[in-house]
Design a binder for this molecule. Structure first.
Ligand code: COA
Length: 680
């Protein structure tokens, strides 16, 4: 059966694409489009061709799954040229997402009509490739050179109503209008006026307008982080934008073909599909969470309340004292005021979201709550006492979640008579910004409660991963192992700035020691001191412990690994001495490090702990690890995640490197692992 249904209504041929879920341009669809266009273009009775998609969206782009293999004919430029050169005017009816190849098809059509809430975009750079079918060139002609370059190099879609892109569409309809009916009547009215012509966007020349390439370059460099593709695309467009369309299109296509098999493109595709996969399989039961509550109005609790209100949930924010509540509500209001000032939300959204949050010091106000998220002080006794109170006041079926980072949720659940309703919801700081959410399954947590939380995660626009109970769960446990390796390298002679620079150059959003200073060195220190320290690891977080002892807790005390009294952080001799004394005490010889060694050791430590976490069943699969690192700790997306990287390095290389570290640090720290089992 063809993916393109053809029907004729009066003098208009309607080509209706039906390739669920998102009308991606698979080889089969490209072929069916060619067949359908060829069929109607030769019919002289037909005065216009309308291109329309069934389902929730117009064509959302190339079928990304095809990028792993060789390009399959017919290729998209063939479809595009057939449309563009059609003697019968072609009108695209746009709704949903008009992305990548979808926008390239739309731009090649002679007219575009859209619902006002339609998104248009060229997201290819986010997948490590560039628009390969003239999208940049045609958008330059429809929206101006700078706007087209911004669209393609940022990869970020915009609404079709965005003033910079007002030249893209010939008519817009209200989101509630029937696109098909309105589109056909627009076409009919133009036919009556004999106003439709096959005007080709792509074949016009670009007007000589001044383009500020230098500032575009700066913007791209700032935003692209470890992804080199936006920069490559910008350079090509800057050099070639005044070439004839077809020549420039061909050159960009060559870049596309070269990039699609690159490691960066593979890593970005991996990240895309990991996110989709981890979101799949939800919604077996109806979602039943309406009223929510957060206990604790500190930094984390307030941010979680923001997150819930952003998604439209009513939230009761509960604290022990009115003073603490006022501080929390103040934080929330400040955050919303900032969002309003920056134009992220309008006044109406601002007021509505604040109105969703109410403050209370009374546990009785939680009686009708469907979900309580406890974000109180990180102490088992405190949490046990809160959960036993919740058990008394909350209605049957309410889900009782703790945001603990390290504590044993099985023990917390025992302080209630309903352990099946108790689980962990581990947000990452700042909770209203970081995308990762660990849903922690305790021993007795019911599947229904877990499934509700997976649905909640989607509503909160979080990337959720379900994990089991252990110290630090999956994310913090692996992060701790990374932190441990960094501290060990400090003791072996690597410099503080050297480590941070090396990891930033690798692509991490921040250096690990700057992160510790930002979050507070005492936080991890206090969590670790509740557990016995590993005897076999003599240097285990000794540097952090010494800094805490010296009152250097990080930015909040003006000094930690760095000193923050000047505009730029500096290194104090005191810290250098602390580290040197510890190395001496522990008999650790100093050696020279280079950036590559630091990066490799840090990543190997992540991989080592990740494999143990998978092996113990804390997470169900290795892709969960990549999701955690991409969305919880700023791992460079263009590198795919630690497990993707592990696969690139290969089992043999990993075994050799780990075995070298095992020889110097011992089997307990670098145990022999069946890497092949997890990296095949
Ligand atoms: N190629 C292949 N499969 C795709 C795809 C594409 N371009 N875009 C989406 N899909 C698949 C998803 O993997 C998912 O599959 P699953 O149901 O098996 O998990 C399914 O389509 C639905 O996608 P989902 O993202 O869950 O739907 P959504 O409604 O939330 O979002 C889009 C729709 C189009 C906004 C989003 O899927 C998207 O951004 N896709 C990528 C677009 C793109 O980058 N195009 C340019 C390619 S070069």
């Amino acid at each position: 059966m063809s993916l393109v249904n053809v029907c004729v209504i009066d003098q208009i041929a309607v080509l209706e694409i039906n390739s669920p879920p998102v009308n991606a341009l698979s080889a089969a669809l490209r072929q069916d489009m060619i067949d359908a266009f060829s069929q109607v273009q030769s019919d002289e009775q037909i005065k216009a061709i309308a291109l329309h998609c069934l389902g929730s969206t117009f064509i959302c782009g190339a079928d990304i799954r095809e990028f792993d293999g060789e390009p399959i004919a017919p290729h998209l430029p063939q479809v595009i040229h057939l449309i563009e050169q059609s003697k019968t005017p072609v009108i695209a009816l746009l709704h949903g997402h008009v992305l990548g190849g979808g926008l390239e098809v739309a731009a090649a059509c002679h007219y575009r009509l859209a619902l006002e809430n339609t998104n248009i975009g060229l997201p290819e750079v986010g997948l490590g490739v560039v628009p390969g079918a003239g999208g940049c060139q045609r958008m330059m002609r429809l929206a101006g050179v700078e706007n087209a370059v911004k669209l393609a190099t940022s990869g970020r879609p915009v609404k079709v109503t965005h003033p910079d892109y007002s030249g893209v569409c010939d008519a817009l309809f209200a989101p509630s209008d029937d696109l098909f009916e309105n589109g056909l009547s627009w076409i009919n009215s133009q036919l009556e006026k004999q106003a439709l012509t096959p005007k080709t966007t792509g074949l016009n020349s670009v007007d000589e307008v001044p383009v500020d390439w230098a500032s575009l370059k700066k913007t791209v460099a700032r935003a692209a982080k470890s992804n080199p593709v936006p920069g490559q695309l910008l350079e090509q467009l800057a050099n070639e934008y005044q070439l004839p369309t077809l020549e420039a299109e061909q050159n960009t296509r060559e870049l596309f073909l070269e990039l699609r098999q690159s490691v960066v493109a593979k890593a970005l595709r991996h990240a895309f599909f990991v996110e989709k996969k981890m979101q799949a399989g939800r919604s077996k039961n109806a979602f039943r969470i309406e009223q929510t509550a957060v206990i604790g109005a500190g930094t984390m609790g307030s941010a979680i309340a923001l997150c819930l209100a952003d998604a439209g949930f009513e939230v009761v924010l509960l604290e022990q004292s009115q003073e603490a509540l006022d501080r929390g509500m103040g934080r929330i209001k400040d955050e919303y005021a900032k969002s309003l000032a920056k134009g992220r939300i309008n006044q109406q959204q601002h007021d509505a979201r604040i109105a969703l949050i109410s403050a209370s010091c009374d546990y009785q106000s939680l009686a009708q709550t469907d979900l309580v998220i406890e974000a109180a002080f990180e102490s088992l006794e405190v949490k046990q006492s809160i959960f036993s109170k919740l058990d008394e006041v909350c209605k049957a079926g309410a889900i009782l979640a703790t945001n603990t980072s390290y504590l044993d949720i099985d023990v917390i659940a025992q302080s209630t008579t309903r352990p099946e309703s108790v689980l962990g919801l581990h947000f990452f700081s700042p909770a209203n910004i970081m995308k990762l959410l660990e849903i922690v399954k305790a021993d007795k947590t019911s599947d229904e409660a877990l499934e509700q939380m997976q649905q909640l995660a989607k509503k909160l626009r979080k990337q959720a991963v379900t994990v089991g109970v252990c110290f630090g769960f999956a994310a913090n446990r692996i992060y701790t192992r990374y932190g441990r390796e960094v501290q060990q390298m400090l003791l072996e002679g690597a410099g503080i700035e050297q480590i941070d620079t090396a990891m930033r150059e690798f692509g991490m959003a921040m250096g690990p020691l700057s992160v510790q200073d930002l979050s507070g060195i005492d936080i991890g220190h206090n969590a670790r001191s509740q557990y016995p320290q590993p005897e076999y690891d003599k240097g285990y977080f000794k540097v952090s412990a010494a800094l805490v002892e010296a009152g250097r807790l990080g930015r909040k005390t003006g000094s930690g690994f760095y000193n923050y009294s000047a505009q730029q952080p500096t290194i104090d001799q005191q810290v250098v001495d602390i580290i040197a004394n510890l190395s001496k005490e522990l008999n650790i010889e100093s050696k020279l490090f280079d950036a590559q060694t630091i990066q490799q050791r840090a990543i190997l430590a992540m991989i080592c702990e990740a494999v143990k976490v998978i092996d113990e069943g804390i997470v169900s699969e290795k892709d969960a690890i990549d999701l955690i690192w991409l969305h919880g700790y700023g791992f460079p997306r263009a590198k795919g995640g630690p497990m993707f990287l592990a696969q690139q390095w290969g089992v043999e290389q990993l075994q050799a490197q780990m075995s070298e570290l095992r020889d110097s640090q011992g089997e307990k720290i670098w145990p022999p692992l069946d890497l092949a089992k997890y990296l095949a």
